[in-house]
Write a protein that binds this ligand. Structure first.
Ligand SMILES: Nc1ncnc2c1ncn2[C@@H]1O[C@H](COP(=O)(O)OP(=O)(O)OP(=O)(O)O)[C@@H](O)[C@H]1O
Ligand SMILES: [Mg+2]
Length: 306
């Protein structure tokens, strides 16, 4: 039964994710991580977790990414904003090992040159759609990655049960996705991503479908969880307030073909309280970022034939 449901999940996820290898492939057993003594590119002692140099990606005539450069350090929470279609999810698909960039790129993971496919199973990824399996209840959705990794179901369930209260899901372990609110579904998907313990977490618009109030609560909750677990997080959002409130840095991407237009450090103190969004420092940052994003959104709008 277990094997069958995992095989099913792969078909299901592939169906939602054409071209990608699907959830089961994504969550598959990690390859052994080799840490070499080779010095990291551009490293100055504080070794980056991820370095991307000259990363481009084309889909036929569509150039999604062009010469993208970025460096992510361990423990950072970096938010990514940019116009729709500028290549944000493509970037995550590369970092999750689901897509190979075009030749000529340099992709380093823990200082070691890697093909994107070597990252498959080494990062935890919450895709833009939550991909909960409708026939699995909360707990069995949450443990999917652990099961695929080979952990016995009883052990995986016990681990997930312990985490339910932290994710605001205590008492909901036996509910099915169609019995949950949008915010709860997002938390189940996040919990699954957290349970798959990897140094790098990729969250693609995890709160995109939520109303403003639930979203604010989820942001505060995410910061609490991140501060407790200290994973490295890359977080895509269309919401500038969210990008600043959460991030150590915000990467603003250009209109397609996407590259990093602006890298804005966010020096606001942590822990961040909800009212920080009204502080002069926050508003100055927001203005800088909005100017950069608006310029790119206009370009994107003009080239899309409007
Ligand atoms: N598998 C694919 N095959 C063909 N084209 C693709 C594929 N994946 C992405 N693209 C194209 O690459 C471009 C970037 O898409 P991507 O999904 O990365 O954008 P995005 O920045 O995540 O957009 P959004 O903010 O709307 O989610 C788009 O033009 C898209 O059509
Ligand atoms: Mg996207």
């Amino acid at each position: 039964m277990t094997d069958m449901s995992i095989a099913w999940s792969e078909d299901y996820a592939c169906g939602l994710n054409p071209g990608a290898r699907g959830l089961a492939g994504l969550l598959g057993p990690a390859k052994a991580v080799q840490i070499t003594s080779e010095p990291a590119w551009g490293s100055s002692g504080d070794n980056p977790l991820i370095e991307l140099r000259n990363v481009s990606k084309s889909f036929g005539p569509v150039v999604a990414l062009d010469s993208l450069e970025a460096t992510i350090h361990p423990g950072e929470l970096v938010t990514v904003v940019g116009p729709s279609g500028c290549g944000k999810s493509t970037l995550f698909n590369i970092l999750a090992g689901l897509e190979e960039p075009d030749p000529g790129n340099i992709l380093r993971f823990r200082g070691k040159s890697s093909a994107a496919s070597e990252l498959l199973g080494q990062v935890s990824f919450m895709p833009q759609r939550d991909l909960l399996l409708p026939w699995r209840n909360v707990i069995d959705n949450a443990i999917l990655a652990l099961e695929i990794e080979g952990m016995p179901r009883t052990q995986a369930r016990a681990e997930a049960l312990k985490m339910l209260p932290e994710f605001g899901l205590a008492g909901f372990e036996n509910q099915y996705p169609n019995q949950l609110s949008g915010g709860m579904r997002q938390r189940v998907a996040l919990m699954r991503t957290f349970l798959f313990r990897r140094d790098l977490m990729l969250l693609d618009e995890p709160f995109g479908a939520l109303d403003a109030l639930t979203r604010t609560m989820m942001q505060r909750w995410l910061l609490d969880v991140w501060q407790k677990h200290r994973r490295t997080v890359l977080f895509i959002t269309h919401d500038v307030d969210e990008a600043i409130f959460l991030g150590d840095r915000v990467l603003v991407m250009t209109a397609r073909p996407g590259k990093v237009k602006l890298e804005q450090k966010i020096d606001l103190p942590r822990p961040r309280k909800a009212d920080i969004v009204t502080s002069p420092e926050f508003i100055t940052l927001k203005k800088t970022l909005l100017d950069a994003i608006e310029e790119e959104s206009m370009k994107s709008f003009m080239t899309s034939g409007h």
